[in-house]
Design a protein around this ligand. Sequence first.
Ligand code: AMP
Ligand code: ZN
Length: 138
Amino acid sequence: MSDCIFCKIVSGDIPSACLLKDDDAFAFLDIGPLAEGHALLIPTRHYETLDQMPASEAAGLLRHLPALVRAVQAVTGCTGVNVLQNNGRVAHQVVPHVHFHIIPRTADDAWHFNWPVGDYPDGRMAELATAIVAELEK
Ligand code: AMP
Ligand code: ZN
């Protein structure tokens, strides 16, 4: 996609600190890191959100995730990693090309989740599970 910043990174029109590249996947360091070593793993072809990706291309992309996490952990010495993938503006997606953030974490870092845990009224959890299973089977 001609006006996509991440497509331009894949094509080399915009420089990046490249970590890996093959037919399905490209990884590079995030230019605005939440921590040193913050990396992005993206598909080489343009998809705006994860739900648009064919399973085969998602598999080709995500097969790199464990090794990339291991490499970032080894080099940064972080004690944990968040893998984060935002879809849509409401979910904080700024760049409309699928990307997985690999974010090194340490005990004393300044990044905190707002994780407002809820609960379900009686029967709602089973109802939702049934609806999602039916959707998956379509
Ligand atoms: P998101 O909010 O999930 O869409 O994240 C987009 C990420 O892309 C941000 O963390 C940005 O810092 C990163 N980013 C934007 N432009 C570049 C670039 N040219 N090189 C590397 N990372 C970038
Ligand atoms: Zn793109």
